[in-house]
Design a protein around this ligand. Structure first.
Ligand SMILES: C[S@@+](CC[C@H](N)C(=O)[O-])C[C@H]1O[C@@H](n2cnc3c(N)ncnc32)[C@H](O)[C@@H]1O
Length: 406
């Protein structure tokens, strides 16, 4: 079957047209067995989209899932995997079907997609998650580890120091023969867990097409980044508004989308032409970092390939790469600090750590040029914003001089 196309039809039939062992990832987002017709309108109310999620019985529904999964397994490469999206309505049944078709030994994770909701019309707990079952075809599956930033509650020692099992089998900080605590290896952050906080598309989001149960591109990006590389083939047999295909196009993967609804196919095709994606500040920055670090500080850290740390007066982050085998702390000069204050704070926070390199990001002009009354080997880098400010000032001055001379 041709790739980078949205195909109209029943996926049970259409999947049979795909050759075996072709596909790297399948995102499988069927109707959830809600036993109702889903209906929603676009932002301007000019178009209403609908799809039926009604079945004679749970057996009929599970037969659709099973038959589709059998074909999915056939078309998957041996390194491929399936991410099956469902909710509490039928997740307990679906898991058994997945075990049957793909094998319980190939179960990898139950991902909880968690999002904030503010109201609850029913008695009971507010429902604010859906489930994504991650199964591989074999044990030899492709997997890219993604990393997230440390949470605000992680202290510096937890980030920097190496750990080992002590005589009681408990995790403890690693020490040398003199009892000094040892600093650990380079760390990229915290490996992504199976609970994902990704905002639901809000009714005003530009990305929202009006297709019922449309998933956010950010959610699909995360799945694609975990299970595929550029040039890989991604398949979505229940593609609806085409979110998976939009994500695949964005991340330079090939794709095949299938949907039984003609309107969904038309919508998916038009989305692929427009490629409107809503950015999420929460996701881009990480929920915890959002609490303490300002967007500007996070941007500065990201620019120099450092990760942020919280709750430390003298250190704002660490370079992702070590220098001379040691972590490199970074302090950003804040609004109300002089350059000397910033250096001093970083020096204090570094006492006893023997860092081979310490960096202060200078964000404001400073009169003194390291003429302070303490010795420091801190390296100073001017922020891009400051460099630009100085450049404009210099340019203005040069122009003034030229004008005076001319
Ligand atoms: C939960 S929605 C998918 C939403 C999609 N992930 C998105 O972001 O827009 C399920 C889709 O499955 C489609 N569908 C239902 N039965 C199907 C079948 N047998 N073959 C192909 N598509 C089917 C429906 O038309 C609907 O668009």
């Amino acid at each position: 079957m041709e790739t980078n196309k949205i195909v109209h039809g029943n996926c049970i039939e259409k999947l049979k047209e795909i050759n075996a062992d072709q596909v790297d990832l399948i995102y499988f987002d069927p109707p959830f067995f809600t036993q109702k017709k889903h209906s929603l309108s676009n932002r301007t109310n000019s178009k209403t989209y609908e799809f039926e999620d009604k079945y004679e019985s749970i057996d009929e529904y599970l037969l659709l899932i099973e038959n589709a999964l059998i074909q999915c397994k056939r078309v998957l490469k041996s390194t491929g995997s399936v991410f099956l999206h469902c909710d509490k309505t039928a997740s307990h049944y679906i898991r058994t079907v997945l075990d049957k078709v793909l094998g319980s030994e190939n179960f990898q994770s139950e991902i909880i997609w968690s999002y904030k909701r503010w109201s609850n019309s029913k008695k009971g707990l507010l429902n604010s998650h859906q489930i994504i079952f991650f199964y591989s075809k074999t044990v030899d599956f492709k997997f890219n580890t993604l990393y997230t930033n440390y949470s605000a509650t992680t202290n510096l020692d937890q980030i920097l120091q190496d750990r080992e099992r002590n005589e009681n089998g408990k995790s403890a900080y690693k020490k040398d023969e003199k009892g000094n605590i040892l600093l650990g290896k380079e760390k990229k952050g915290v490996p992504l867990s199976d609970v994902w906080e990704i905002p639901f598309l809000n009714p005003k989001a530009k990305e929202r097409t009006g297709y019922p149960t449309q998933k956010p591109v950010l959610l699909l990006n995360q799945i694609l980044n975990i299970a595929t590389d550029e040039g890989d083939l991604v398949l979505d047999p229940f593609c609806g508004s085409g979110t998976t295909c939009v994500s695949a196009k964005l991340l330079k993967r090939d794709f095949i989308g299938i949907d039984i609804s003609k309107e969904a196919v038309e919508l998916a095709n038009s989305r692929l032409e427009e490629m409107i994606i809503t950015e999420s500040a929460l996701l881009n920055k990480g929920a915890d970092e959002y609490i303490e670090k300002t967007e500007r500080e996070l941007a500065i850290l990201e620019e120099i390939n450092a990760f942020p740390v919280q709750r430390n007066l003298g250190i704002d982050g660490f370079m992702k790469e070590h220098y001379n085998g040691m972590p490199v702390p970074v302090k950003i000069q804040s609004e109300n600090e002089t350059l000397e204050d910033a250096i001093e704070k970083l020096e204090k926070a570094s006492i006893g750590k023997n860092y081979a390199l310490k960096i202060v990001i200078q964000t404001k002009e400073s009169k003194t040029n390291r003429l302070f009354d303490f010795h420091s080997d801190v390296e100073i880098i001017k922020s891009l914003e400051l460099q630009t400010k100085e450049l404009t000032k210099r340019t203005h001055k040069n122009k003034d001089t030229l004008q005076r001379l001319g």
